[in-house]
Design a protein around this ligand. Sequence first.
Ligand code: GDP
Length: 297
Amino acid sequence: MFENLSERLSGVFDRLTKQGALSAEDVSTALREVRVALLEADVSLPVARDFIKAVEKKATGQSVTKSVTPGQQVVKIVHDELVHVLTGSEDPGKLKIDNPPAPILMVGLQGSGKTTTTAKLAKRLKDREGKRVLMASLDVNRPAAMEQLAILGVQIGVDTLPIVKGEDPVAIARRARTQASLGGYDVYMLDTAGRLHIDAELIAQAAAVRDVANPRETLLVVDGLTGQDAVNVAEEFDDKIGVSGVVLTRMDGDGRGGAALSMRAVTGKPIRFVGLGEKMDAIEEFHAERIAGRILG
Ligand code: GDP
């Protein structure tokens, strides 16, 4: 579907005169191709522009190594810069869960994959770190969402807080904390309500839950295929709720992953995990190298 950037750049440099160093003209010709590749990967225009500027500075005047072509050399500079921007956290997969029971708040829009991700992370904590996890759904307006979490809990062998009809999200968060303390759980995960769009009520509810739960981590789940929308959602949630990391879902899809770059560049928030499918094991910690390779195509 996409032309490989390395091939494209080789084509560009074949047409240029070979010199001992990358000339400003060589670099700017190559960077036009890079910009197209970034935009095709769904990186937003201002982010692509800034990125190109940074690469331009690094590339101009660099001497061309004998073992690689100028095209390959620019690709390497672009790749390294992508990794540099994408890297947001030393150890993205390590959740802060000391001092049990540690609350983890999950936020995001409806359909982003929030409930699925909650269960995937709970399973990961149980399987990899031997943690006892309790999950609670706070989506009081959507009984089906509450049941979905309970069903996933049974499937992965993780307890869920019993559903009590008529309780509000703050009361559920309090009950989750009590149950987690009394039951000797290491972690309790609060799956907040999602809606199709961000509205004042959604934010007020998430903020009220945050205030009582005092979460160790607030993870925002966003659909990685929604590009610029995902970035807007992240800015808004971070502004109003404050998030400690982002989970990009649907990275198993056709998208080239440009949302990851825009997300990092615009919000500055670390991407902690990527969702890679519907199955409960289809999640991995974020690897900047992998996404960089994908963006470059
Ligand atoms: P929520 O409304 O945000 O809680 O979304 P759900 O967790 O119910 O997920 C909505 C749909 O997306 C479900 O069918 C999930 O199986 C699916 N889903 C979630 N994460 C991923 C992912 O990483 N990849 C794919 N392909 N599907 C996902």
